[in-house]
Ligand binder design. Structure first.
Ligand code: AMP
Ligand code: MG
Length: 411
């Protein structure tokens, strides 16, 4: 058993349960216009003020008529037209039919539409080549949505699938939860911002770009506090700024047990540690706590660990904080391993994998290769995590494994 597989680490599920037990949704709500609502979380149930469609209409271009009129005859007299946006005003009497277009209102007296391909027209007479069944090609009033129905539940995040639905109800504005403000910074004397040359021993600060990208995808307003050196005074100042301005502080690095790892010490000094160190790989030294009214999430510095813990632990936490009660965790399914997955028992591994459906239609998954916690190219190559259970050892080709598909925030 190596240093990182020490017994007593908190299982990932326990860590997540603890986070979710503590975090309460932010209470402030605001009204937004539909056009500004993309990505926002609904703070109210949306009830439909209207029926959709609001009137019975035709699903085809053809002729509207009374089905009974074709029992003894196959020809009716063309008596008017009903176009989308220009309905037929009168009543369709016995023996008559009305030219109708897709989406046009069903004329009074008609109950069926026969598509134009099933007709022969001679002057004002239309001969019908088929006998219709009741309600053929008619979209009844309220076919999709009834007035008063709850159409979208409070706690739903508005996506491209909700925008047109809300518009179809004529809803111009509604209340949403305020977005959490998430401050973040990177720590480390070795870090340089992109755009500057590297001196000996330096690396680029890559984590801040992943953190920002994910926090924005999670629906936060972000506050980038830059790179903070491994200096307790500078770190204290950054903590101070974050706790006065943000609901959440996400830091990267400095939560291990190295001599320059001050982040956790300052959390201890200024706030409260909920827990530290999780039985996950990569990502063991994740720290969670509070400072005043700000939630603290201390990500490990290794780039894969930072992104993984942010995705696995902070994502559901922010969903809860955002009032996103309809949040669904990323989907897990079973796939057949086609390569070896090296693993030791003791922690839950989130290895980077590439899944595909093979020519036989089966789901299979291969490793991306190097699984080092600093090997970030594995995140780029992967399209899923291979979630290997805490007590499991190495996986041979042919074994079943659980894969977790990336959700929208990774794209
Ligand atoms: P730490 O957690 O601070 O001990 O850092 C662990 C490893 O991650 C070290 O190799 C760091 O150089 C590296 N690291 C820390 N922060 C970052 C960052 N923001 N971007 C890229 N690598 C980092
Ligand atoms: Mg460091």
């Amino acid at each position: 058993m190596g240093c990182c597989d020490a017994p007593g680490l908190m299982p990932v599920e326990t860590a997540l349960d603890k986070i979710l037990a503590d975090v309460k949704p932010l209470s402030s709500v605001m009204t937004v216009a539909l056009s500004d609502a993309m990505g926002r979380v609904l703070a109210e149930d949306i009830l439909s003020p209207i029926n959709v469609p609001p009137f019975a209409n035709s699903a085809m271009d053809g002729y509207a008529l009374r089905a009974d009129d074709l029992k003894d005859s196959d020809t009716l007299v063309l008596s008017g037209k009903s176009f989308a946006g220009a309905p037929f005003e009168g009543v369709c009497e016995a023996g008559q039919c009305i030219r109708i277009m897709t989406g046009a209102q069903m004329p009074e007296g008609t109950d069926v539409v026969i598509m134009q391909e099933e007709t022969e027209v001679e002057g004002d007479n239309v001969r019908f080549l088929i006998k219709p069944k009741a309600h053929d090609n008619v979209r009844p009033i309220g076919d999709d949505i009834h007035q008063g129905d709850t159409v979208i539940a409070k706690g739903t995040r508005i996506t491209a699938r909700e925008m047109p639905l809300l518009a179809s109800l004529g809803i111009a504005e509604f209340t949403v939860f305020a977005r959490p403000v998430a401050a973040f910074f990177s720590t480390g004397d070795e870090l340089r911002p992109v755009g500057e040359p590297l001196a000996a021993g330096q690396i680029y600060d890559s984590n801040r770009y992943g953190i920002r990208a994910l926090l924005e995808k999670f629906g936060c307003d972000v506050l980038d506090l830059g790179i903070i050196p491994d200096n307790p005074e500078k770190l204290r100042a950054a903590f101070k700024k974050a706790t006065t301005e943000a609901d959440v502080l996400v830091t990267s690095g400095g939560v291990s047990v190295g001599e320059a790892d001050y982040t956790k010490d300052i959390l201890e000094e200024q706030g409260e540690i909920g827990f530290w160190k999780i039985a996950m790989k990569p990502g063991k030294p994740f720290a969670f706590g509070t400072i005043d009214n700000t939630w603290f999430c201390g990500l490990p510095g290794n780039p894969v660990s930072a992104m993984l813990t942010l995705y696995q632990l902070v994502q559901p936490m922010l969903a809860q904080l955002s009032g996103h009660s309809q949040y669904q965790p990323p989907q897990r399914i079973t796939a057949k391993a086609t390569t070896l997955f090296k693993k030791r028992p003791g922690r839950t591994d989130f290895q980077r994998g590439i899944y595909q459906i093979n020519p036989q239609g089966q789901l299979e998954v291969a490793t991306t290769g190097n699984q080092g916690s600093g090997a970030f190219s594995s995140m780029h190559q992967a399209n899923c995590f291979v979630v290997l259970e805490q007590e499991r050892g190495r996986v041979s080709p042919g074994e079943d494994v659980t894969i977790e598909l990336f959700n929208h925030s990774m794209y």
